[in-house]
Design a protein around this ligand. Structure first.
Ligand code: TYD
Length: 395
C-alpha cells in the first residue's frame, strides 16, 4: 500500500544538537534511514519508518516558536482571525511549544497540551494550564473529565509529527463540541513538490499532508474538512478546518478549488512523487558543486539558521565543516553546540556573521525576507545568500 519514492539516507534526529563532539558522544549518536513513501489508498505521504517520539520530544527540546518575529506575528494574526470567525468560549491547543499561540488568549479561555516538559513548564509557570503529555486518547479522556468539550481546538506543526493519525482524530472527536471546530496547520506536500523543498522531510515530519489525504483520514473519526487554505508559514503550509460529519458547516468554495488544484498537480499519483525524487537528486548535485566551486575560490561559506531542515540537507548531501565553516543561529540553546550528524559548530550571529563571511547558505530559507531585511549590511558589502529552493542559486 505504501510505496517508497525517496531515500534521503542515514539521518540523525534533527533536534539532537550535540554539546560535545568527543568520540564517546559521536559513537552514541542515533541514526536511522530516512525514506519516504506514498500510500495510494489514502494519498498520504509519510516516512517509511518513524523514530520513537520519546526520543524526539524530550525535556531538552530546543525549538522555541516565540523566537521568530515572523512566527509571533503569524500566530497573533491567526488567533485574531479564529476568534472573529468562530467566537470560541473555550479552546484547547495541541502542541503549544513555548506558548506563542495561547498567549493571544485569556488564561481562563485556553488550555494546552505539550509533550516537551521543558516547554510545558514555561507556559504552566505563566499561568496557562498546560498538560506535559503526548496527545492521545488517554490525555483526551482526562481533559474531557476536567474541562469538558471545546468550541475550538487548534494545533500548528504538531499533527504531522504524530505517527498514529487515527488515534489523533478519534481523540480530537472525544473533546470537540457538537458544532466545535478543529483547526490545524502543518507543512504542505503541494508546496514541497512545487518548491523542491525536500528538506521538509526529517524525523519530526512523519507525514506531509494534502487536502485529499486528510479528507480521507478524518472521515474515519466521523469528522469532515469543511475549509482549507494554503499559508506561507514554514515555506508553505496547509491549514485545515475540521468539524463533525453531522455539523451544519458547509464546504467552502476555496476548499473545492483546492481539491481540484491538487488533482491537477497530481498529488494522488505515485508518478508525481517519483519525478520529484529525481529533482531532489539533481538539487543535491548542484548544491554540492556550487559549494565546492566557491571553496576552490577561497570563499568563506557559513549557514544561516541551525534549522532541522538543514540537517536533512547536510546529511543527505554529505556537507560538513570542509564546506560550511559554521552555522549562525539566534537561539541561545543551540549556540555552542554542533549540528546533528555533520557536527558543524553553531554560534551566535553577533559573533559569527562578520565581515569575513562571503556566502551564507539559507538554512532558514523560510525566513528569507526577515533575514534579508535584517542583514542589509551583509548584502550591501557584497555578501551573498545561497538558497536551494525552488532551485539552487546565489541570491
Ligand atoms: P525553523 O523555521 O523552526 O525551521 P526548522 O523547523 O527547519 O528548524 O527554524 C528557524 C531557525 O533559524 C531557528 O533556529 C532560529 C533561526 N533564525 C535565526 O537564527 N535568525 C533569524 O533571523 C531567523 C528568522 C531565524
Amino acid at each position: 500500500m505504501k510505496k517508497k519514492f525517496l531515500n534521503l539516507g542515514k539521518q540523525p534526529i534533527t533536534n539532537s544538537f550535540l554539546k560535545d563532539i568527543d568520540t564517546k558522544t559521536i559513537n552514541k549518536e542515533y541514526f536511522y534511514n530516512l525514506s519516504v513513501g506514498f500510500n495510494n489508498k489514502n494519498y498520504l505521504v509519510s516516512l517509511m519508518n518513524h523514530v520513537d517520539p520519546k526520543k524526539q520530544f524530550t525535556n531538552q527540546y530546543a525549538h522555541r516558536a516565540s523566537q521568530s518575529k515572523t512566527m509571533r506575528e503569524s500566530f497573533k494574526k491567526t488567533a485574531k482571525k479564529l476568534k472573529e470567525r468562530f467566537k470560541p468560549n473555550n479552546c484547547l491547543e495541541i502542541g503549544s511549544n513555548d506558548g506563542v499561540f495561547i498567549k493571544n488568549f485569556k488564561k481562563k479561555q485556553i488550555i494546552a497540551v505539550e509533550p516537551c516538559t521543558n516547554l510545558a513548564k514555561i507556559t504552566q509557570s505563566e499561568g496557562y494550564k498546560t498538560y506535559g503529555k503526548f496527545w492521545n486518547k488517554k490525555i483526551a479522556s482526562i481533559i474531557k473529565k476536567k474541562h469538558r468539550k471545546f468550541d475550538l481546538i487548534f494545533s500548528a506543526n504538531t499533527i504531522s509529527h504524530i505517527p498514529n493519525l487515527d488515534e489523533v482524530f478519534k481523540s480530537v472527536s472525544m473533546v470537540l463540541k457538537e458544532e466545535g471546530v478543529f483547526v490545524f496547520e502543518d507543512p504542505y506536500i503541494g508546496s514541497v513538490i512545487q518548491n523542491n523543498s525536500y528538506d521538509q522531510f526529517y524525523d519530526e515530519h512523519v507525514h506531509l499532508f494534502s487536502l485529499i489525504s486528510i479528507s480521507k483520514i478524518v472521515s474515519k473519526a466521523q469528522l469532515k474538512v469543511f475549509d482549507a487554505e494554503i499559508t506561507k508559514n514554514h515555506g508553505g503550509s496547509i491549514c485545515f478546518y475540521v468539524c463533525r460529519k453531522d455539523s451544519k458547516s458547509i464546504e467552502t468554495k476555496r476548499l473545492k478549488l483546492l481539491k481540484k488544484k491538487e488533482i491537477k498537480q497530481g498529488l494522488h499519483k505515485l508518478k508525481t512523487y517519483q519525478k520529484f525524487s529525481n529533482r531532489v537528486a539533481e538539487s543535491r548535485k548542484k548544491l554540492v558543486q556550487l559549494l565546492k566551486d566557491l571553496k576552490k575560490k577561497n570563499k568563506k561559506i557559513i549557514s544561516y539558521g541551525a534549522t532541522y531542515k538543514s540537517a536533512t540537507i547536510f546529511n543527505y548531501c554529505n556537507i560538513g565543516k570542509e564546506l560550511i565553516d559554521y552555522v549562525v543561529d539566534t537561539t541561545p540553546n543551540k549556540q555552542g553546540k554542533f549540528t546533528p550528524g555533520k557536527h558543524i559548530p553553531i554560534i551566535s550571529p553577533e559573533i559569527g556573521f562578520d565581515s569575513s563571511v562571503d556566502y551564507a547558505f539559507l538554512g532558514a530559507w523560510n525566513f528569507k525576507r526577515e533575514i534579508q531585511a535584517k542583514e542589509k549590511n551583509f548584502i550591501n558589502r557584497g555578501g551573498k545568500f545561497i538558497i536551494h529552493v525552488p532551485k539552487v542559486k546565489i541570491i
